[in-house]
Design a binder for this molecule. Structure first.
Ligand SMILES: [Zn+2]
Length: 286
């Protein structure tokens, strides 16, 4: 609705009809050697796993050149994923720039990018059992980088009360337990997530963030190649399949499984891990 006193200009329709251009054409991004990664994965051996309990989070470590797989088990469940460089926890996943580079949802051949000043791929998606879903009639798709993470502050703002099992709190507790960093400091390391398996979009009329029941079923998975040494945390969202609400214990929730796979020795001898960004960081200062 226009503001008071504002009327449409005569050429409003012409202005609206201007065709959009892509903000960040991504054809010049470094090529993803997807076929190579997938061939290495075929002989990789499982070396570790961790279970993420319902309405809780757990942490895991993935050495560079290894793969990790997140699997739905027992029932439809979405997960909120945080990633850090395990050698430098200040380098962490940057969902906003990942969204700008790849779009609102990511799948096979696309990457999770770290923040400034590194701005490099942390993990590349190599397999996705929900890649058939595409974009539905509502503009919804899976594995978004448009949501943030459910959190007790927004819940308090909108509904009041103290709910302690939002993904933000689950990730904070797990990060603190795993690293020994005290809870109040640990919270600052938690960042906006990759919403694994979550089905989301923006409404066409109001542009509001929406969710709908995830198409994920037990056995569905999303798999990644670790481009750098990774420390990960995954929360099994209290929203369950996110068909109705989150930030409460109302939804049916299920655990998620994380598995780590090591490549056969020698297969990655010619592979080079991505360097940090080459910008000189002088910012035009004298
Ligand atoms: Zn959540």
């Amino acid at each position: 609705m226009p503001a008071i006193g504002i009327t449409s200009p005569e050429d409003a329709a012409v202005r609206r009809a201007v065709k959009p251009v892509i903000c960040y054409p991504n054809k010049t991004l470094p090529k993803v050697p997807l076929a190579f990664y997938q061939s290495v994965r075929q002989s990789a051996k499982k070396i570790d796993e961790c279970l993420v309990p319902a309405r809780a989070a757990n942490c895991f470590v993935v050495p560079e050149g290894h793969f990790f797989r997140i699997t739905s088990i027992e029932g439809p469940q979405v997960g909120d994923l945080n990633l850090w460089n395990s050698d430098n926890l200040n380098e962490r996943f940057y969902s906003g720039k990942t969204r700008a580079l790849h779009g609102s949802h990511i799948t096979v051949g696309e990457r999770m990018w770290s923040g400034f000043p590194a701005l490099r791929p942390m993990a590349t998606i190599t397999d996705d059992s929900l890649s058939w879903y595409g974009m539905d009639e509502y503009g919804g798709s899976v594995h978004d980088v448009i949501g943030t993470r459910c959190d007790p502050y927004t819940n308090n703002l909108l509904s009041g009360g103290q709910y302690h099992h939002c993904c933000h709190s689950n990730l904070t507790r797990a990060f603190s337990d795993f690293t020994g960093i005290q809870l109040s400091d640990a919270e600052h390391y938690i960042h906006d997530v990759l919403n694994v398996f979550m089905c989301t979009g923006f409404t066409r009329d109001t542009g509001q963030y929406f969710m709908k029941a995830s198409p994920v079923r037990p056995g569905d998975y999303l798999e990644f190649f670790a481009e750098i040494n990774l420390f990960g945390a995954l929360s099994a969202c209290p929203g369950g399949d996110c068909s109705s609400e989150h930030s409460s214990d109302a939804a049916s929730c299920y655990p998620l499984l994380v598995e780590v796979f090591a490549p056969q020795p020698g297969l990655l001898d010619d592979w080079v891990k991505p360097p940090v960004n080459a910008y000189d960081r002088t910012h035009g200062a004298d």
